[in-house]
Write a protein that binds this ligand. Structure first.
Ligand SMILES: Cc1cc2nc3c(=O)[nH]c(=O)nc-3n(C[C@H](O)[C@H](O)[C@H](O)COP(=O)(O)OP(=O)(O)OC[C@H]3O[C@@H](n4cnc5c(N)ncnc54)[C@H](O)[C@@H]3O)c2cc1C
Length: 456
């Protein structure tokens, strides 16, 4: 990129711009997944919506690649690209809570940790991810699955309004009342339509929750998964946990001689009373004896950050995603064949239930097109050493090949990898054609294409 373009940008944005050769460039070009090694032309730290509009216009006018970065967690590394202008939204991270209307206004680059701390101070929360360092932006725009999904719907279901910079550099307000087609597309369309500089969310009274992880022997795996599947069909919406596979980390609650072994894990979150939570979780102990557990009452933000230490920035990532209506016997068997082979403590497999409140909306009410699924399943390969890339990637691929034929078509866009573009239509599901219409209206030249891309 020529120096004139960078100079022009420096004159029109308020935040710092880091270019190759500048101190901090090597840090600025990186994203959370260190398998991604790209060299953008400039990383522009945006502090205002006008900053964002200036970068978007500059990219459109000069035909420069444009990458948008919120929390930087995208597994395919959509928040950076060679020779690109990167809109870095981390400077737009304020969270303002209005406890009387139970709403929060959140900058487009905020993380769930900042969000939960701010809303938690008022005993309020909305559905967010299970790791606190993930961005509100990318997670919400793809749907948003977490502990509160069964109680309050997906993150995008709790969106009341969004301020958006579109491909022509215009700043638009979107809500059910203003630009409703764009607002529809934002709720599941995954960053295809513009840069959201501010989200407004509905909040719910969630202060203390009862939950945490229980580790079960692999020999009890089939029984635990079968029970979970039966339980979740009619479980009260206050229950928002999920089963999965996890190597036991070296934590005090794990017997020392079991650290490093793979287990079936059930991570629970109960938003009702503690007494009811104790009863609900006891049902899992009645199925099988946990080898280790760390269950109890805790503030919701504490549960939301409990596993952050397992997934620090800088790991190698390769993920695959599938939806399921039900955990059939065959699907459970496929999980039991591949889940126990989870290679490292950072990698995990989660089977998130997305029934309950997620099913209150019809498939066409928002862009999220998989309202008929009961589970969003993710095989999240995450490991520290690039030397292990082939082996770990192969584990994810083999696992996915086994479960895909037993699952519904498509997978959650936010859990997909860069080699999943061929599955884009299935991943957006029932709403793909309408998403294309919205894309044609707001981004006909596909300026925003570093995402699970909807073809205009
Ligand atoms: C460790 C880890 C845990 C996760 N846990 C969950 C979970 O519990 N639930 C869940 O649903 N997902 C989860 N995810 C997946 C997550 O939703 C996606 O990775 C998501 O893209 C992350 O958003 P981000 O803002 O951090 O990422 P980024 O890399 O910053 O952005 C990803 C995409 O979103 C777009 N984007 C981001 N912010 C904006 C914005 N403000 N306006 C317009 N476009 C934007 C970008 O253009 C890009 O295409 C997890 C991911 C990781 C790595």
């Amino acid at each position: 990129m020529d120096t004139q373009t960078i100079q022009a940008l420096r004159g029109s944005v308020t935040g710092p711009i880091v270019t190759p050769g500048d101190p901090g460039y090597d840090e600025a070009r990186k994203v959370y997944n260190y398998m991604i090694d790209r060299h953008p032309a400039a990383v522009v730290s945006c502090r205002t919506a006008d900053d964002v509009a200036a970068v978007v216009r500059q990219a459109a006018q000069t035909g420069t690649e444009l990458a948008v970065r919120g929390g930087a967690h995208s597994v395919p590394g959509f928040g950076t690209a060679d020779d690109a202008l990167v809109v870095d939204l981390s400077g737009l991270s304020s969270v303002t809570v209005d406890s009387s209307s139970r709403t929060a206004r959140v900058g487009g680059g905020a993380t769930w940790g900042a969000f939960n701390d701010a809303t938690g101070a008022f005993g309020l929360a909305t559905t967010g991810g299970i790791i606190s360092t993930t961005g509100v932006g990318g997670l919400t725009l793809g749907g948003g699955i977490g502990y509160l999904s069964r109680a309050y719907g997906l993150s995008c279901d709790n969106l009341l309004a969004a301020q958006v910079v579109t491909a022509d550099g215009l700043k638009l307000t979107t809500s059910e009342a203003e630009n409703p087609d764009l607002f529809w597309g934002l709720r599941g369309g995954g960053g295809n339509f513009g840069v959201v500089t501010e989200f407004t969310f509905r909040l719910h009274p969630v202060a203390q929750v009862y939950g945490g992880p229980m580790f079960f022997e692999l020999s009890d795996g089939e029984a635990v998964l079968s029970y979970f599947n039966e339980f979740i069909q009619t479980a009260p919406r206050e229950y928002g946990g999920f089963p999965g596979f996890q190597i036991a980390p070296p934590l005090p609650f794990v017997p020392e001689d079991r650290v490093g072994e793979p287990f079936i894990v059930v991570v629970s979150c109960w938003t009702g009373s503690e007494a009811d939570g104790e009863q609900i979780l006891q049902r899992f102990r009645d199925v099988a004896n946990p080898v280790a557990e760390l269950v109890g009452p805790m503030p919701y933000p504490a549960l939301n950050s409990a596993f952050d230490g397992l997934v620090p920035r800088g790991l190698q990532h390769y993920w695959k995603a599938a939806y399921a209506g039900d955990l059939s016997k065959d699907l459970i068997r496929a999980h039991m064949e591949h889940g126990p082979k989870v290679p490292v403590v950072n990698s995990t497999v989660h089977l998130y239930p997305i029934n309950g409140a997620c099913h209150d909306l019809a498939a066409d009410e928002t862009a999220f097109g998989h309202r008929d699924a009961t589970y969003a399943m993710v095989i999240a390969g995450m490991w520290p050493d690039p030397v292990d890339n082939d082996a770990n990637t192969q584990w994810v691929r083999d696992y996915y090949s086994a479960i895909a034929p037993l699952s519904q078509p498509g997978g959650y866009v936010n859990f997909a990898s860069s080699d999943d573009q061929s599955k884009v239509a299935a991943n957006y599901g029932a709403n793909y054609a309408r998403l294309q219409e919205v894309k044609r209206r707001y981004d006909p030249d596909n300026l925003f294409h570093l995402n699970q891309n909807i073809q205009p």
